[in-house]
Design a protein around this ligand. Structure first.
Ligand SMILES: Nc1nc2c([nH]c(=O)n2[C@H]2C[C@H](O)[C@@H](COP(=O)(O)OP(=O)(O)OP(=O)(O)O)O2)c(=O)[nH]1
Length: 234
């Protein structure tokens, strides 16, 4: 049973917030857009946290001072001439929406996947994928976690939406990814069920070690936010 449903109103609010946020600061990547409100959802998973994590979280939280949004001035007069089609700023912008999350086993470990980036580096990521037509973000998270890791999970909490920008061959993509917490209810760790064969490996990692292993700062932030949420509810 899903303990926390993100309603269409929540998703609309997230996306409206994203649009406003981007309008204020279009060049800032990896910005956290939305965090579910404390008390809005019920955490059903029992996830062991190491005793020193609370102190670490408080210290990290104290250091986290968001800076005001700044729009860098666009220098028109003195930049070298370049072909418009090669300037990423001139490419059309599209939005993409994905969902995924932290799937916990009974020992409090989280399943993550390895894949190779376009530049050939191995990167460790949270499982996620595109929200298909007619799917709720929760359904997407369950499906993608299952496809990419082999683990069947149920959603137990909503964590946050992150956004980032990347440039494709003919467009700039503004991507929003909603992350949930899931509890394993079946399956076994494997990447053989991934239809895109994007995931090359899947491993269990202790929740407290995610910060050391995940490649992207905003995915590390998802783990940090969820640890803080659990800590506040303890
Ligand atoms: N997975 C992931 N990719 C990121 C993050 N931040 C960031 O700039 N990127 C970059 C890496 C890639 O060059 C680019 C696209 O990666 P992606 O994982 O969103 O792309 P995908 O097509 O596999 O997406 P999906 O189907 O799994 O949702 O975005 C992040 O937090 N997570």
């Amino acid at each position: 049973m899903v303990g926390s449903m993100v309603t269409p109103a929540d998703v609309a609010r997230m996306h409206a917030h994203a649009a406003t946020s981007h309008a204020q600061n279009p060049d800032e990547p990896d910005k956290l857009l939305y965090t579910s409100q404390a008390g809005e959802t019920e955490v059903k998973a029992t996830i062991p946290l190491p005793s020193d994590l609370a102190a670490r979280l408080r210290a990290e939280e104290a250091q986290h001072n968001p800076t005001p949004a700044m729009m860098p001035p666009r220098r028109m007069g003195d930049r070298p001439a370049k072909f418009a089609s090669l300037d990423a700023q001139d490419l059309p912008v599209v939005r993409e929406y994905s969902a995924g999350g932290l799937v916990f086993d009974e020992h409090g470990r989280v399943a993550i996947i390895a894949r190779h980036s376009r530049s050939g580096h191995l990167e460790w990521c949270l499982p996620k994928g595109h929200i298909e037509k007619g799917e709720t973000p929760q359904q997407t998270a369950v499906r993608e976690v299952h496809e990419e890791t082999g683990i069947l999970g149920e959603v137990v909490d909503s964590i946050a939406t992150i956004d980032y920008w990347f440039t494709g061959t003919s467009q700039r993509v503004h991507k929003l990814v909603h992350h949930f917490a899931l509890r394993q209810i079946g399956g076994e760790l494997t990447v053989d069920g991934d239809p895109d064969h994007e995931a090359e490996d899947a491993i269990w990692v202790d929740f407290a070690d995610l910060d050391d292993v995940l490649s992207y700062p905003n995915e590390r932030k998802i783990a940090w936010l969820y640890a803080r949420k659990l800590n506040r509810q303890a």
